[in-house]
Design a protein around this ligand. Structure first.
Ligand code: RAT
Ligand code: ZN
Length: 412
């Protein structure tokens, strides 16, 4: 008689072997050249680590930002890895990456590691990382307002089909007067005042970029104070331009809610904070627009339960990811269990938010381990209720959670 393998082993194996479709990153198609970051220095100057570094060293902000990337990386390595144990999730991530590349992480300086990364050929390295992380496809974050990125889209390039585009429009929605001026420069006949002509030109802008980048969805991050409906430029643009555009072009609208930008501007990208979101805005959006699909992730732990309950009420709402400050093992386990218990598998538990290619390795390694714990626990409970768990059930559920459900939602 065959000996039954423990549930944890069965689940872990399926999770390891199932490729993931990463639905939100800040990585770029390799054709973007130096915009695709990788290697030890970029891993160490990740903004999650910059804010942790400033808690340990007393380097003045200006001095830090004036330093070279190598010098910044050296300071962070010393402060967070040598002078203290690298206990934080972002620190542990660097170690997971190095370890899985076969490199010994415990180095008194970065010389050897730098040498190893310098010897890698970029194209081969992309393949190596995608294989090691078992990532099948990646959604980028593509902003027409980004001056480094825009010219590449305008001139065109041969796409790597694994790198899918997502149209990011924060400046359009949160800083309309300035964005109106930019749209004018790009040949769109808009004015800062609200008018029908401006609405149709904004829709033309969205349509042009959706086509140009072959966008899979349209995305924005919004502050805790976001309300809808409201007499604001943001709410007006969403109602008059973004939602009709989404219906016409089959683009879900992804909302990342609860970010307080530049709480400490001296930290630059590392200086953003979190606040509780008013989820009535999300409820109103879903209720008033049954023909639009919404993806949502919320930044504060306190907003998670309300979001899941909303998803039970609105099938045009798909929660995704444990974003940024919730991307810590304990919170991922809590949020994923909550979602499984209230939504079954009709959500996408995680996106990597990777900014540096190599991070895919740790983000997905850590996530897979946590998902394994959550699913093992649930399947064990089902088995105790007399429901036999088949291998094909595990495979179906994992495929759904690692991007299959998201793709279905995109096509629905
Ligand atoms: O997680 C992050 O890297 C943040 O800086 C943000 O970029 C966030 O993910 C976002 O997409 O706004
Ligand atoms: Zn992001």
């Amino acid at each position: 008689m065959a000996i039954a393998r423990p549930m944890s082993e069965r689940v872990e194996r399926v999770l390891r072997q199932t490729p993931v479709h990463d639905i939100h990153t800040h990585l770029y198609d390799p054709a973007f050249g130096s915009l695709l970051l990788w290697g030890i220095d970029d891993l160490l100057v990740y903004h999650y680590l910059v804010s942790e570094g400033f808690r340990q060293f007393d380097i003045p902000y200006d001095r830090f930002w004036a330093a070279s990337k190598t010098e910044q990386a050296d300071w962070i390595w010393r402060a967070l890895f040598l002078d203290h144990s690298p206990l934080s999730e972002a620190c542990r991530g660097v170690l997971t990456v190095l370890h899985s590349l076969g490199l010994s992480p415990r180095q008194s300086d970065l010389g050897k590691l730098r040498k190893w990364f310098a010897e890698q050929k970029p194209a081969d390295y992309v393949e190596r990382v995608l294989k090691s992380a078992n990532v099948a496809s990646i959604c980028m974050t593509n902003s027409p307002f980004d001056d480094e990125e825009r010219p590449l889209w305008e001139s065109g390039f041969a796409r790597d089909p694994r790198f899918r585009a997502a149209l990011r429009i924060d400046p359009l929605l949160v800083d309309w007067p300035r964005s109106a001026a930019r749209l004018r420069d790009w040949g769109y006949d808009v004015t800062p005042e609200r008018s029908q002509r401006t609405v149709s030109e904004v829709r033309r802008f969205l349509a042009d970029w959706t086509r140009r980048i072959q966008s899979t969805y349209c995305m924005v991050s919004l502050p805790p104070g976001f309300t809808y409906p409201a007499d604001t430029d943001t709410a007006w643009l969403i109602r008059e331009a973004v939602l009709p555009h989404g219906r016409e072009h089959g683009q879900p609208f992804a909302l990342m809610l609860g970010v307080k930008r530049a709480v400490n501007p001296a930290l630059k990208l590392a200086g953003d904070g979190v606040g509780r979101s008013n989820l009535d805005a999300l409820q109103n959006l879903c209720a008033e627009n049954p023909d639009n699909r919404f993806l949502v992730t919320v930044l504060s732990r306190e907003s998670q339960h309300e979001t899941v309950v909303l998803a039970r009420k609105f099938r045009n709402l798909h929660p995704f990811g444990c974003w940024w400050f919730t991307n810590t093992p304990q919170l991922i386990e809590e949020i994923t269990t909550l979602r499984l218990e209230l939504l079954g598998t009709s959500f996408t538990p995680q996106h990597s938010d990777a900014r540096v290619l190599d991070q895919l390795i740790y983000k997905w390694d850590h996530t897979r381990r946590i998902l394994a714990r959550c699913l093992t626990h649930k399947y064990t409970e089902l088995a105790a209720s007399g429901w036999e768990i088949l291998e094909s059930d595990i495979q179906r559920d994992v495929t759904e959670l690692l991007g299959g459900g998201f793709d279905r939602f995109l096509r629905s």
